[in-house]
Ligand binder design. Structure first.
Ligand SMILES: [Zn+2]
Length: 98
């Protein structure tokens, strides 16, 4: 069926967009963490550089979120069960939970 095939490729695109969005989300978390954590923050980085990095990571995350959401709208549902999870920020100043 043509319709079915179209939905399959749309779902594949939505899953790829979701993965890209989660990656951007992880990148944003890492960037914000580095900007605010004394242990991870590199020496000699200007405050304004951190602000710039955070806002560009935020903008990228937002761009990918909208792209993913639009694909989900087109698809009619949010694809699940693709094993896409947000990786935790690894920080030397924080002991692992659990
Ligand atoms: Zn840290």
């Amino acid at each position: 069926m043509a319709r079915e095939r179209r939905e399959t490729s749309l779902e594949a695109r939505a899953v790829a967009a979701q993965r890209a969005y989660v990656e951007a989300l992880a990148e944003l978390e890492r960037t914000v963490h580095i900007a605010n954590c004394p242990a991870c923050r590199p020496d000699g980085t200007m405050e304004c550089e951190h602000i710039l990095r955070c806002s560009s990571a935020e903008a990228e995350k937002e761009r990918r979120r909208v792209f993913f959401r639009d694909l989900c709208d087109e698809l009619g549902y949010v694809p699940v069960g693709h094993g896409i999870a947000l990786p935790a920020v690894h920080c030397p100043s924080q002991p692992r939970a659990g």
